[in-house]
Design a protein around this ligand. Structure first.
Ligand SMILES: NC(=O)c1ccc[n+]([C@@H]2O[C@H](COP(=O)([O-])OP(=O)(O)OC[C@H]3O[C@@H](n4cnc5c(N)ncnc54)[C@H](OP(=O)(O)O)[C@@H]3O)[C@@H](O)[C@H]2O)c1
Length: 347
């Protein structure tokens, strides 16, 4: 455990050394973990558990995920079952179906929860927005959360690289008195690096804000705005793309990740340094009210309702593909398509 104190805010970080693999195996010795869903999270978490020797089974409907699971070596009737078959067999049920589909499948999951089972989520969405999802767990189960701070692909790739991905964890309901141990042991079984504590509410509010803002929505908006300004002033696509995206993602962001922003500012040209120092507060002042508006929309449940409504429509896939095609067709990303293969390592 590492106690950290940031500006008077104290937190305890749980590290792998606090829960070595053998301890996790002891805690989960009598458990069968049933993972429902084989999207990026279900796949990454289940393969990592399987590779580390935990008792894990999958519950899927037949189709895309099922075929992928067979390809990954899961065996029909042995550790691969229909959704209700796995839910019936599991003592820890990891509900990793898409958030919108969890609404439909909840009655089946609820029916298969036995006294003392644990219900596990990787997102607080279903439980927190229960007025819209109707996901209200019974009182006689543990309700726990482990939310890897990254894509399910990273959960798997970092594990294969011998690293790990930081995750938050939360205990929503501790019926058995063992919810924390079950939660933390599972978090390390799925390949987490270190863990920080949260609540279902805080997890969902920060996650929805993050993906709408700095992680994805704001990022695409900012990239496009700068690319368009450069192009409108006569810069070539190569120049606009390299100055906006390639340099950010390939050079600067990894350095910021490694060393922090002050280091980045200290290790660029004095010209870049002066400009970045002057312009950063203007962006902050402009963006903060927009991020606040987004947070309020998340808090009120409006963002969740929009997401449930659109993701539940029959033509959801077609609409999504249309919107993604529009992004793909933007000149900025078309430039990326032609320029990425020309990176020296790809030639
Ligand atoms: N993606 C991330 O980076 C990330 C990060 C942290 C937490 N989470 C959370 O982890 C959970 C899983 O997310 P995900 O991104 O891994 O998966 P996802 O893409 O949201 O969901 C995919 C899985 O859901 C199944 N599914 C969808 N509709 C279904 C239905 N009606 N009946 C049965 N199965 C259905 C799919 O099966 P088929 O192949 O058969 O359609 C597939 O196995 C979510 O709660 C998400 O918020 C995700």
């Amino acid at each position: 455990m590492k106690d950290i104190n940031i500006n008077g805010f104290k937190e305890t970080i749980i590290e792998r050394t606090d829960y070595p693999l053998e301890k996790c195996k002891e805690i989960l010795d009598k458990e069968v973990t049933a993972i429902l869903g084989y999207g990026p999270q279900g796949r990454g978490q289940s393969l990592n558990m399987r590779d580390q020797g935990f008792k894990v089974i999958l519950g899927l409907r037949r189709g895309k995920s099922w075929d992928q699971a067979l390809e990954d070596g899961w065996k029909d009737g042995e550790n691969l079952f229909e959704l209700d078959g796995a839910a019936r067999r599991g003592s820890i049920i990891q509900f990793l179906i898409s958030d919108a589909a969890q609404i439909q499948l909840w009655p089946m999951v609820k029916e298969n929860l036995n006294d003392g089972d644990a219900l596990y989520f990787s997102h607080g969405f279903g439980v927190v927005f229960h007025k819209d999802t109707n996901i209200i767990p019974p009182k006689n189960v543990d309700v726990i959360l482990v939310a890897p701070k990254g894509s399910g692909l990273t959960v798997r790739n970092h594990f294969l690289d011998g690293r790990g991905i930081n995750s938050s964890y939360a205990i929503h309901q501790d019926y058995t008195g063992k919810a924390k141990d079950r939660c933390v042991a599972t978090a390390f079984a799925i390949g987490s690096g270190h863990l920080f504590e949260t609540t279902f509410e805080k997890e969902v509010h920060s996650d929805l804000t993050g993906e709408r803002c700095v992680l994805m929505g704001l990022l695409q908006g900012a990239f496009l705005a700068q690319y368009e300004v450069l192009r409108e002033h006569g810069h070539s696509p190569s120049e606009a793309y390299n100055e906006t995206i390639e340099e950010a993602l390939q050079s600067l962001y990894p350095l910021v990740a490694e060393n922090g922003m002050d280091w980045m500012y200290a290790n660029c040209s004095t010209t870049a340094q002066r400009g970045a120092l002057d312009w950063a507060p203007k962006f902050k002042d402009t963006l903060k009210p927009i991020i606040e508006e987004c947070y309020q929309n998340v808090l009120s449940g409006e963002e969740a309702r929009i997401s449930i409504k659109t993701n539940s429509k029959a033509d959801y896939r077609e609409q999504l593909e249309k919107e993604l095609r529009e992004i793909n067709d933007q000149e900025m990303w078309q430039a990326g398509k032609q320029l990425r293969p020309l990176r020296p390592e790809n030639i």
